[in-house]
Ligand binder design. Sequence first.
Ligand SMILES: [Zn+2]
Ligand SMILES: [Zn+2]
Length: 340
Amino acid sequence: MRGTVLYAPRDVRSEERPDPTIVEPTDALIRLALTCVCGSDLWPYRGIAPIDGPTPMGHEYVGVVEEVGSEVRLIEPGQFVVGSFFASDNTCEICRDGYHSSCINRQPGAPTGSQAQYARIPLADGTLVATPGMPTEDMIPGLLAASDVLGTGWFGAVAAEAGPGKTVAVVGDGAVGLLAVLAARQLGADRIIAMSRHEPRQRLAREFGATDVVTERGEEGAKRIKELTNGLGAHSVVEAVGTQESMMQAIRSTRAGGHVGFVGVLHGVEIPAEEYFFSHVHLHGGPAPVRRFLPELVEMIWNREIEPGKVFDLTLPLEEAAEGYRAMDERRAIKTLLRP
Ligand SMILES: [Zn+2]
Ligand SMILES: [Zn+2]
C-alpha cells in the first residue's frame, strides 16, 4: 500500500509500505476513505518533538472495515467507521468515566499510520464507531474531522464548561480552535470570542458561531478579553495551541471561578504557581477523550446539524502528502485532506 513516512524534520515521503494485517484478535483493518494532516504532526515535522527513526504518520481516520480479528464482536466488515488517535477498550472504569484517552488498555489509534491506504486499528470494538450507513461523499470530511479536531475542540469546550449564560474565548485559530468555537455554539454559549489575526480563519470562526473576534495576542489579548467582559474575563476559555504564551493568555483571559479547557499539546509550558493560586481559575484538559463524544458527533454530522469538514481548505492526493505538510507549516492551509 501507499503510506506516508517522516524520515527527519521536513523530510516527509510517500512510499510503498507493507499492507497492515490483523496482529491481535481484537484488531480491525480499515480501508481509508480519506485521511489528513494534523496540526500536531507539525511538531515532529518542525523537529520540535523528536522522532526515533522513520515514522509512519497519521492518526485521524475514517473508512470501511475490510477485516476483523476473531474476538471482534461489534464491528463488522463492510461498516463505515470513525475512530480516533487512541485506541481504548470502552469498558474499563476510566473509559466508563469518559476518559478513554487514559484507558488502562490505551494504545495508539492507528499504529501503522493513517496517512495511508489501509490501517490496523487495535481494540476495534471499543475504539470504532460505525455510522448508520454509507455516508455520502460530502459527509466524509466532517466525519474525518470528528476523528480528532472536532472531538478535541469539543472536549476543550466541555472542559471549559461552555454553555448557556457563558462567555467563551478561544485561544488558537487552527482547526481545533475553530471547532471549539463550533462546539461552544452547539453547547449554547451566549457569546463566543475567537482570538485570531488571520482573515480567512476569522471568517470561518464567525461561520461556526463566533460573535466577536480579537486580533491581539499574549498580554494584549488577555487585556482585550477583560475589556469585552466588564473587566472580569471570560467564564470559559479554550486553549488550543500549547505554547507558554497561549497558555498564559488563556489563564489571564479567564475570570475568577472560570474554567480553562486546554487541549493544545503542551510544549515546554510552565505555569507560575503563585499566580495560578491567586487566580481562582479551574484548569482541565489533556489529550481529548474523543471516543466519549464520537456517537453524538457522528449523529450531528449525519443529520447535517454541523459541518465541521469546512476546516479542510486544501485537498491533495495521498502521494503529495509532503506538500500538504508544507502548506500547513507555512499557514497557507488550515488543514490538508489527503485522498488515498
Ligand atoms: Zn490530530
Ligand atoms: Zn478503557
